[in-house]
Design a protein around this ligand. Structure first.
Ligand code: PEP
Ligand code: MG
Length: 600
């Protein structure tokens, strides 16, 4: 018998599954070198278009399936694939290769895909990498069709025991294609928490672990596996003891899930009567349904990076307006707090054509880019002012370090308003402007920033990175990246204090608010407004209803005196244990990997 081994990846969809592995090697098919005679060229072009039509029909079926199994918003993921499949430039390029070089349709498609992939792969953006993944999925389908091989994956496990499916890359198509009864988990070598496939796996409630390079070489079909999608662990050939532990943990998780369901729609009020407003963090349009379904009281952080990263051009004012309007109407009259483009660092839209910087996280990024490039910022401000007609849209500024940045933003806002009036377009007279406190500078001058802002919101992810001088993207430093450091606890206390004195609304939108211990700490520090990742919303609502805010306050007071992060965590655990079983929390809670929360 093989020895048991546990591999650590990125948990992207919580849940524990046990079963035999099915390893799927789904690579691009070999395309034979074939040229076609001159008089067969037109027939070859038709063959290419027939293949595109047939693959489109297949994708439309998958879209329908996604609509039925997951929901209309998520099904839109397939619209993007269908658009990509029918891209006119791409198909014209392939046609030219057939006509000019007499290549076979499959060879021409392969060449064109190679060209596009080379272009995208150099961008360094994970959004574009994902489009490369979508392109590979299409390429496999088209080439298999042209080569007369089965297009739709004929390897879906059927009958027998439900399996854990291992792949190099999980695509949206594959995620919805498998019968739920036959799959207890997905493990992939590539992918991130924000990938489309990850979103679908979460919506379907299938445990999923990504980011395990080389795992296909380590596992064989039939190997027993335990997948824990919350912890991100995959255990190969587990011992009997590990299997029964997993079963117990899964049982606890189900009990917890039932409890979470029972508080859906209930207010987030603590046992001692403290009300906490729970809003949602919205990263992608596909998460809108999930967020609304979980009773978020508005959006506390709407990231807009997906609108720019991975594109060759900038989104138009109208495109932004459509999206802002859609979200505003969905949550009206609750607020929707839109963060201006937080690009930069290592993620620049191709449209900027920026040279790499030696220190990107201390470089030209976020609000700095928007203020230096009014042609980028003004259309966004105009779209926000126009969308405010339809709901309580507000603006939040990332990476603020100075009062002048807020003042300058207000000047640009006045310019945007004046230009809208000149154009005769309907828009709100004003737009609340808030500041993200996510640099030590902003935390230190929170009282001064409060004088020029309508609200403050603490971004604990970047605040931790910049305060501890620990790169949030460096896996080697992951252990050192802790928001429970006493320095952060003290800053959180001081920032809230400054906001209360200025009588300004204050919230937290960093991932700390999405963690049970973190939310407990924040409530103890007096925060009454938290913005949470969609996946954690039910858990935090349930938690708030089970605790006494006064106990949380005692824990927070002790935490402020602690010397180390370990001490802070221990204090919080000791106090929270009065109300919840920490063991069962771990199984249902998807720990936020702050390194992977950013699109890019
Ligand atoms: C943060 O820094 O805490 C935050 C919420 O923003 P982001 O994770 O998008 O940088
Ligand atoms: Mg940030």
């Amino acid at each position: 018998m093989n020895e048991s081994r546990t591999l650590q990846g990125i948990g992207v969809s919580p849940g524990i599954g046990t079963g035999p592995a099915i390893v799927i090697r789904r690579d691009l098919p070999d395309v034979p070198d074939r040229v076609v005679p001159a008089d067969a060229v037109e027939a070859e072009v038709i063959r290419l278009h027939d293949a595109v039509d047939s693959v489109r029909r297949g994708l439309e079926q998958l879209r329908q399936r996604a609509r039925e199994r997951v929901g209309p918003e998520e099904a839109k993921i397939f619209d993007a694939q269908i658009l990509m499949l029918q891209d006119v430039e791409f198909l014209k390029g392939a046609e030219r290769l057939i006509r000019d070089n007499q290549l076979s349709a499959e060879r021409a498609y392969e060449f064109k895909a190679l060209e596009v992939r080379a272009l995208w792969a150099n961008s360094g953006s994970s959004r574009l990498r994902e489009r490369v993944a979508d392109l590979s999925g299409l390429q496999i389908r088209i080439l298999n069709h042209l080569l007369g091989q089965p297009v739709d994956e004929a390897f879906a496990p059927t009958g027998g025991r439900p399996s854990v499916v291992f792949l190099r890359e999980l695509t949206p198509g594959l995620t919805v294609q498998f019968e739920q009864d036959h799959v207890v988990g997905f493990v992939s070598e590539e992918g991130t928490r924000t990938s489309h496939a990850a979103i679908l796996a979460r919506s379907l409630g299938i445990p999923c672990v990504m980011g395990l390079p080389g795992v296909l070489h380590e596992v064989r079909s039939g190997t027993e596996v335990i997948i824990d999608g919350a912890r991100g662990s995959v255990t190969l050939s587990p011992t009997a003891e590990q299997v029964s532990e997993a079963e117990v943990a899964e049982g606890k998780r189900h009990t917890l899930l039932r409890e979470l369901e029972s508080v859906l729609g209930q207010p987030a009020v603590s046992l001692d009567g403290v009300n906490v407003t729970l809003r949602g963090n919205l990263d992608l349009p596909e998460e809108l349904d999930q967020l609304a379904g979980q009773g978020a009281e508005g959006v506390g952080l709407m990231r807009t990076e997906f609108l720019v990263v991975g594109r060759a051009d900038l989104p138009s004012e109208e495109e932004q307006l459509d999206y802002f309007r859609r979200v505003a109407r969905r949550f009206a009259p609750a607020p929707v707090i839109v963060r201006s483009f937080d690009v930069g660092g290592d993620k620049f839209p191709a449209a900027f054509r920026i040279l790499p910087e030696p220190n990107p996280f201390l470089g030209w990024r976020a609000l700095r880019v928007c203020l230096d490039r009014p042609e980028v910022f003004l259309p966004q401000l105009r779209a926000l002012l126009r969308a405010r007609i339809d709901g309580d849209i507000q603006l939040m500024l990332p990476l603020v370090v100075d009062v002048s940045e807020v003042v300058r933003t207000r000047e640009l806002l006045a310019e945007a308003r004046a230009s809208l009036a000149r154009d005769g377009l309907r828009a709100a007279d004003d737009l609340p402007v808030g500041v993200m406190v996510e640099t030590p500078a902003a935390a230190a001058i929170a009282d001064r920033l409060a004088e020029v802002s309508d609200f403050l919101s603490v971004g604990t992810n970047d605040l931790t990175q910049y305060t501890l001088a620990v790169d949030r993207g460096n896996a080697r430093l992951a252990e050192r990246f802790t928001t429970y450091h006493p320095a952060i606890v003290r800053m959180l206390h001081a920032v809230r204090d400054a906001a209360v004195r200025a009588r300004l609304p204050i919230s937290v939108c960093g991932e700390l608010a999405s963690e049970p211990l973190g939310a407990f700490l924040l409530i103890g520090l007096g925060y009454r407004n938290l913005s949470i990742s969609p996946v954690s919303l039910p858990l935090i609502r349930w938690l708030v209803r089970r605790i006494n805010a006064s106990t949380a306050a005692r824990a927070a007071e002790a935490a402020r005196e602690a010397a180390t992060a370990a001490e802070v965590t221990r204090i919080l655990e000791e106090h929270i244990a009065e109300y919840v079983d920490l063991g069962s929390l771990e199984t249902g809670w998807l720990p936020q990997d702050r390194r992977n929360t950013k699109l890019g």
